[in-house]
Design a protein around this ligand. Structure first.
Ligand SMILES: *Cc1c(COP(=O)(O)O)cnc(C)c1O
Length: 404
């Protein structure tokens, strides 16, 4: 199955990915045209601010936002968005972060929107103020958060409102941005994994978001270490100033006008809080090309292929004793179809947990979805499997589950 890989050369076990795009095991396969462009990018020099200005034009065109910026992942985009909301065009505040003395630094978030990724807000120096409850889960009809709770939390200490876009999040984004606009507070939206559909590129900007963050390494299939931010010109300028390399002689510093307006700042800022999250010319070019290809790609063809692969895998496994499979078709937002494998450990040769551990310890390692082991369910997602790998996964899964 497959040729010798660079991981074989290094003696590092490679992974057959039957769980979809997961950062821990390398995310997605980069688009070949993006990879080729990166190789060409690596051989020449370019001013990174010019390249960011070019990316800004593309991001603005595809999202409808005023401007855009390429970051080293969606999470870095969240950190930089928080830094921009706090510092604005104040060069002293930029220098001071993550120390926020004297700078409005609270980011309000509905409690049910909190995730591990919001560590990025705090890394910029912000304090997260979460509002509402988890009452929705009680099933009493009570909501998790009301708009007035968000509005009441806004004060002169507020830097932004953080909003995580998921199919289940409430209140609706447009209602939150209305309240925020009334108080002149920017709304930062984490939409890292909300592609496809392509229409989501512009949807959250249309709903009034001030900054929206997407991952470049998920469905866009750009370099793993990229993300993009789309939003207001002034906030993107602040991101650029806090991210670009700033060891510049001020007399000759002439950054691209559409990204940085020299009239609005006191002088050349020092290296900002974003400097440790640099984006190289190769990654920038890779993301630009991958984003263009993502826009050109046919979502139906992919969806049909993933559905038929999932159907094939489901049929090939369901005959094992103690195993029931269920095919879950990919929708508009969940990218690919998946197979749920329900394992009855009294009848099958092993439990769902033992299956996951067994597959992971093989060479090559096989990763299946392990998010629902508490229900004795393993999921198989075909989106990152190549042709030969599909049958290999079926064979290994059957071998573990079948009594000899
Ligand atoms: C994947 C993800 C992130 C992080 O994206 P990176 O590009 O890996 O930094 C942040 N938030 C959510 C909701 C995600 O799904």
């Amino acid at each position: 199955m497959g040729d010798r890989t660079v991981y074989d050369d290094l003696g590092v076990p490679r992974v057959v990915n039957a769980t979809g795009t997961k950062t821990r095991i390398g995310g997605s396969r980069i688009r070949p045209e993006a990879l080729e462009a990166m190789e060409r990018a690596a051989n020449e020099f370019v001013r990174l601010s010019d390249l960011q200005a070019n990316a800004s034009d593309l991001i603005s065109e595809v999202t409808g936002a005023e401007a855009g910026y390429v970051t080293s992942g969606a999470d870095a985009g969240m950190l930089l968005s928080a830094a921009a909301a706090m510092a604005g065009n104040d060069v002293d505040a930029m220098t001071q972060l993550p120390d926020t003395s004297g700078v409005p630094a609270e980011i309000i978030m509905p409690r049910t929107h909190r995730t591990g990724y919001d560590h990025a807000f705090r890394a910029a120096g912000a304090t997260i103020v979460d509002v509402g409850t988890n009452d929705r889960a009680l099933g009493t009809g009570s909501t998790a958060v009301e708009l007035w709770e968000i509005e009441n939390a806004i004060s002169d200490r507020t830097a932004a409102i953080g909003y995580v876009q998921k199919s289940y999040t409430e209140p609706p984004l447009s209602a939150v941005t209305d309240v925020a606009a009334k108080h002149d507070v920017p709304v930062i939206v984490d939409a890292a994994a909300e592609l496809p559909p392509k229409s989501n590129l512009s949807r959250f900007i249309e709903d009034g978001a001030d900054l929206v963050v997407f991952s470049g390494g998920k469905a866009i299939r750009g370099p793993q270490t990229t993300g993009l931010v789309a939003g207001r010109t002034d906030l993107i300028q602040s991101i650029a100033l806090q991210h670009l390399d700033m060891h510049a002689a001020s007399e000759v510093w002439e950054p691209p006008e559409q990204l940085i307006d020299l009239e609005e700042i006191d002088g050349v800022p020092r290296q900002g809080i974003g400097r440790p999250m640099k984006v190289g010319k190769e990654e920038l070019v890779g993301l630009i090309v991958a984003l263009e290809s993502f826009l050109d790609s046919d979502p139906n063809a992919l969806r049909d292929r993933w559905y038929s692969d999932a159907e094939y895998i489901s049929k090939a496994i369901e005959s094992v004793d103690g195993v029931e499979t269920r095919l879950v078709a990919g929708g508009d937002t969940s990218v690919a179809s998946e197979v749920e494998v329900h394992v009855d450990s009294d009848t099958a040769a092993c439990s769902a947990t033992e299956l996951v551990r067994g597959l992971r310890s093989e060479s090559p390692r096989i990763f299946v979805g392990a998010d629902r082991l508490d229900e004795a369910v393993v999921t198989i997602n075909p989106m990152c499997l190549e042709d030969g790998e599909r049958d290999y996964v079926v064979d290994r899964v059957r071998t573990h589950l079948e009594r000899q």
